[in-house]
Design a protein around this ligand. Structure first.
Ligand code: DSN
Length: 416
């Protein structure tokens, strides 16, 4: 950071302020985390200077003596950790990874079937506003209105009627474990390829806290920066028979040169994720989510599906008489950061929906356990009960900062 001090104090100042924000706040955004100082160091390395279009051993630029080794290490570690036949570590992020899969197997107008966006699916699973919904015939399945759970019989029925070329399993806001065997059965019955987007829970899979989709899926995409705790990037896993199609779709189909600094940081994160500490971490994420879910339920919060089996919770605030946006903004003022979120069958608009989404990956990285989850649950209850009470928010923000000071966050130890 010394060079930034000399060359661009304005940007340095903003980075410093963001560091303090991340240090002092309880970060519950379900897709965020704290990377280690080692992952950060690889991300900020000279590897960002190098072009390397192509793949190890087959590049369009010279000077790949070390870059090839970096990418091969990332590939080797990813295959070992997830037990996959093939992996591509070059996608810039989750959306390009999903697009690459579509580019590998679909023609414009072909049918895909994924979870509806307002029910917890992702934009790239066929939402009408996304390229995935504009270029393809995008069909969606919904959650059961009574239980908030996936209804596999109705997905099966829908798949039989629309015969998707690709059936997508995966989500951004579904608090339950997915039944990959059942998805496989449905895909087979309809002659579909099964794509699992495990972006949210890949860290849980790596740490053994969520079943692995590898035995069931034809293709799996994941970002690397959520529960997996790596840099912002993505990977695509597939069976060997699809390897050439996937690699061709990523480069030259969709992307140019891979971001080698990110590839190196992915390799570092994968090494970390293969440790016994990471196994404990993954298990603790789920335990913390369950304790927080119970603390919130005890205060009368209405959790979609009644609880959680993974790292996230979705709360319908209708019974509290507060919208998701008002609650999220009040909580942010109180030092608790999360996002407002649509709930299944939400009568409200996505920009001011009925719910909030919470996740425990980041707070678990800083060492929070059950006791801290209970305190966070109580704070959330108080703030949501009085979203206009600014002095309450100030008091809780101070308590939050005191709690955070006792739990140094990875990568931010220098501030403690
Ligand atoms: N935007 C991410 C999330 O918050 O879930 C998904 O890509």
């Amino acid at each position: 950071m010394n060079s930034l001090e000399q060359h661009d104090p304005e940007i340095l100042d903003l980075i410093r302020q963001e560091e303090v924000r991340q240090k002092n706040k309880v970060r519950l955004i379900a897709s965020e985390n704290y990377v280690s100082a080692a992952v950060m160091a690889a991300t900020g390395s000279v590897l960002t200077n190098k072009y390397s279009e192509g793949y190890p051993g087959k590049r369009y630029y010279e000077g790949q003596q070390f870059i090839d080794q970096v990418e091969n290490l990332a590939i080797h570690r990813a295959k070992e950790l997830f037990g996959a036949e093939h992996v591509n570590v070059q996608p810039y992020s989750g959306s390009p990874a999903n697009l690459a899969v579509y580019f590998a197997f679909l023609n414009p107008g072909d049918t895909i079937l994924g979870m509806a966006l307002p029910h917890g699916g992702h934009l790239t699973h066929g939402a009408k506003v996304s390229i995935s919904g504009k270029f393809f015939q995008a069909e969606s399945y919904s959650l059961d209105e009574k239980t908030g759970l996936l209804n596999y019989d109705s997905i099966h029925e829908k798949a039989l009627s629309c015969r998707p070329r690709i059936l997508i399993a995966g989500h951004s806001a579904y608090p339950r474990i997915l039944d990959f065997a059942r998805f496989r059965e449905i895909a087979d019955a309809c002659g579909s390829l099964l794509l699992v987007d495990m972006a949210h829970f890949s860290g849980l899979v790596a740490g053994g806290a969520h079943p692995s989709p590898v035995p069931y899926a034809d293709v799996i995409t994941t970002t690397t920066h959520k529960s997996l705790r790596g840099p912002r990037g993505a990977m695509i896993f597939c069976k060997q028979e699809h390897a050439a199609a996937i690699d061709k779709a990523v480069f030259p189909g969709l992307q140019g040169g891979p971001h080698n600094n990110t590839t190196a940081a992915i390799a570092v994160a994968l090494k970390e994720a293969a440790t016994s500490e990471f196994k404990q971490y993954a298990a603790q994420i789920v335990k913390n989510a369950q304790v927080l879910a119970a603390a919130l339920t005890d205060q009368g919060f209405n959790l979609v599906t009644g609880g959680t089996e993974n790292h996230l919770m979705l709360i319908d605030l209708t019974n509290k008489g507060v919208t998701g946006k008002i609650a999220a903004k009040a909580l942010d003022q109180a030092g608790i950061v999360l996002n407002y979120n649509a709930v299944p069958f939400d009568p409200r608009k996505p920009f001011d929906p009925s719910g909030i989404r919470l996740g425990t990956a980041a707070v678990t990285s800083r060492g929070f356990g059950a006791e801290e989850m209970v305190r966070i649950g109580e704070w959330i209850g108080k703030v949501v009960a009085a979203p206009d009470d600014n002095s309450l928010q100030t008091r809780i923000r101070e308590d939050v900062a005191t709690l955070c000071a006792a739990f140094p966050a990875p990568g931010l130890e220098h501030l403690h």
